[in-house]
Design a binder for this molecule. Structure first.
Ligand code: MEV
Length: 329
């Protein structure tokens, strides 16, 4: 039996625009997905998910392509979860040259599914690491990031950047632009506060919506390019330890994401609650549509304001996690 974990993330800047080759800066946070894998005697997969939105579900599949679990959770969530885990296991089989390997997989996650905190990337990264190690092969974090990206790319029909998977595999704050992925060093202390509305967004649909706008309106394409400009300025602000400027740029980034139609009433309400509580900056994080906002605040004011904001189900402080994927006992 082998266990690995990988962190979730928040986007300081650049989600959506990163899909079109603009830069982005996601940051790993100390909320992890843990995946335990045990080799089976046959070539099937059994998956048990405990703390995800797929609370307490168990499915077994393999062999017959029509094999689908009969469980009481929305079909798209099951399909997506199966796709990610199937893809991760396939990557591990390939890396270990063990095409017939079957596994019992148990997922325990502190990251809500589909809420903008990179749950699928964390599960895929941790699953590839645990399954390859269970088969006696050690991959480095960059190789795991690359294999996890292939999984996201396939499950999301080619509409995925390397940002989520690279950040989860490497940990810390990272800068991603196309295939150029690096860890940022000497990042100032970023006092993250996260607000969660209890909802989810459909990443595929939201990315497709931005693509359609971008193709229809030149000014939507300019908006995507302007997000890239914000990220470049933001990277400069990080280099100069100017956290106040980082916050102002996050506010701007949220406005542009909102213009691209990926915010929601509850995300806007949480962003405004943070602004009125004098946060340094606040924005939605991830694909949007519902889920989480991230704010910067050195005081307790934003956390308190979010706790009293109608529509905010949970608010918490998040620390930057400098550890990426790691073996667990
Ligand atoms: C989703 O977490 C982030 C997006 O930019 C999509 C991606 O980068 O793959 C919306």
């Amino acid at each position: 039996m082998t266990t690995s974990s990988a962190p979730g993330k928040v986007y300081l800047f650049g989600e959506h625009a990163v899909v079109y080759g603009e830069p982005a800066v996601p940051c790993a946070i100390e909320r992890r997905a843990r995946v335990t894998v045990e080799a089976r005697a046959d070539d099937r997969l059994q998956v048990q998910a405990n703390d995800l939105t797929l609370d307490g579900f168990t499915v077994t599949w393999g062999g017959d392509a029509d094999d689908r679990p009969d469980v009481d959770v929305p079909a798209p969530l099951v399909e997506a979860a199966m796709g990610y885990i199937d893809g991760a296991v396939e990557q591990a089989r390939e890396a270990a040259d063990a095409p017939e390997a079957g596994f019992d997989v148990t997922i325990e996650s502190e990251i809500p599914l589909g809420a903008g905190l990179g749950s699928s990337a964390a599960v895929v990264v941790a699953c590839i690491d645990a399954a390859t190690r269970e088969l006696g092969v050690e991959l480095d974090a960059a190789t795991i990031a690359d294999r996890a990206f292939q999984v996201e790319y396939e499950v999301q029909d080619g509409e995925a950047s390397r940002a989520d998977t690279f950040c989860s595999a490497m940990g810390g704050a990272v800068h991603v632009q196309g295939d150029d992925c690096r860890r940022l060093t000497d990042v100032p202390n970023l006092p993250f506060v996260v607000g969660y509305d209890g909802g989810t967004g459909d990443t595929g649909e939201l990315v497709a919506g931005v693509r359609a706008l971008r193709e229809e309106y030149g000014f939507a394409a300019d908006t995507v390019a302007a997000i890239g400009d914000i990220v470049r300025r933001g990277k400069g602000a990080l280099d100069e330890d100017d956290v106040e400027e980082v916050g102002r740029l996050m506010d701007f980034n949220h406005g542009l994401l909102s213009a691209l139609g990926v915010s929601s009433r509850s995300l806007d309400a949480m962003v405004w609650a943070a602004r009125e509580a004098d946060a340094l900056g606040a924005k939605l994080t991830g694909a949007g549509g519902g889920g989480c906002v991230v704010a910067l605040d050195r005081t307790e004011q934003t956390l308190t304001a979010l706790e009293y904001t109608p529509g905010c189900e949970e608010a918490f402080r998040a620390e930057l996690d400098t550890d990426g994927v790691r073996a667990e006992r």
